[in-house]
Design a protein around this ligand. Structure first.
Ligand code: ADP
Ligand code: IPE
Length: 260
């Protein structure tokens, strides 16, 4: 079976404007898509933090590394709220009959200077080989230089893609792909069907104040090595019905393929 690495963006699975608010309807539809896809593909799911991860990480500046004892409570809180969001995602998967299993990122990953230094990929592979669907998520993790840091779901996606060489990487978010400008702020924004990373300076993309992992620009840059390795990367909307299903199968005309 072909392996697909899927990011379930925090923008899609949570309401980024309201703290600790999952989008239950979206997650239920995603679980239905995953159920169908899991019959044809091997899948690894990685979800983002959305309004569970970012506000807490920002409040305690966990993404800047350990510089004050007060932050340790913040680390606990990020881990706690991310686990909570993960439970919501996992519950829907199980309800739809998906044999999903969470590998809590923090427990199998070590970072160095904000980047993944090591991850116990063997465990992920063992679950895949059992016919299960591993789930990871952007998380607070131990950092060999900084004490701790935040690892984004997109970093996990690129790390796993480079290690496992999937058939395809699918980045699911709440807009149809990469636009000339933020489509939520500018009605004249145009969808770019094939986006070259070398032209990144040509798009306008401000990240929300609350986002500690860099928004869409960081996401695109994180994919550079993946596309250079010849792995197809697409980004599209997974908040619409069957959005994920169609993106994986290549059945939607509205998406962006990221190229070198
Ligand atoms: P996710 O949390 O889904 O992984 P991000 O929130 O990091 O993704 O990035 C997606 C968001 O980026 C969208 O909600 C969109 O409003 C915003 N955005 C800003 N500029 C752009 C752009 N030029 N093209 C597409 N999306 C953009
Ligand atoms: C962020 O992960 C995780 C935390 C803030 C703890 P992501 O950067 O992948 O989250 P989204 O998709 O942008 O919400």
């Amino acid at each position: 079976m072909k392996l697909v690495v899927v990011k379930l963006g925090g923008s899609a699975i949570t309401d980024k404007k309201r703290k600790f608010t999952p989008r239950h309807g979206v997650i239920r539809n995603l679980a239905r898509d995953v159920k169908k896809l899991s019959e044809k593909f091997q899948l690894i799911l990685i979800h983002g933090g959305g309004s569970f991860g970012h506000p807490v990480a920002r409040e305690y500046e966990i993404h800047k590394g350990l510089f004050s004892k007060k932050q340790t409570l913040g680390y606990s809180k990020v881990r706690y709220y991310m686990t909570m969001l993960n439970q919501v995602v996992l519950e829907q998967m199980i309800d739809e009959g998906v044999p999903a299993v969470t590998l809590h990122t923090s427990n199998i990953t070590t970072a160095r200077n904000g980047k993944i230094a090591s991850m116990d990929i063997d465990r992920i592979l063992r679950y895949l080989n059992l016919g299960m669907v591993p789930i990871l998520y952007g998380d607070a993790v131990l950092d060999l230089e900084r004490g701790f840091c935040i690892i984004s779901g997109d970093q996990i996606v690129s790390y796993l893609a480079l290690s496992l060489k999937p058939w395809k990487v699918v980045l699911g978010t709440d807009v149809d792909g990469i636009y000339s400008k933020d489509p939520k702020k500018d009605s004249e924004a145009e969808l770019i069907p094939v986006f070259s990373i070398s032209r990144i300076e040509r798009i306008k993309a401000e990240k929300p104040e609350i986002d500690v992992t860099g928004g869409i620009i960081a996401k695109i840059l994180e994919m550079r090595k993946v596309v250079e390795a010849g792995i197809p990367v697409v980004i599209g909307n997974i908040t619409v019905k069957q959005g994920l299903l169609k993106l994986v199968k290549g059945e939607t005309p509205k998406y962006t393929k990221i190229v070198v």
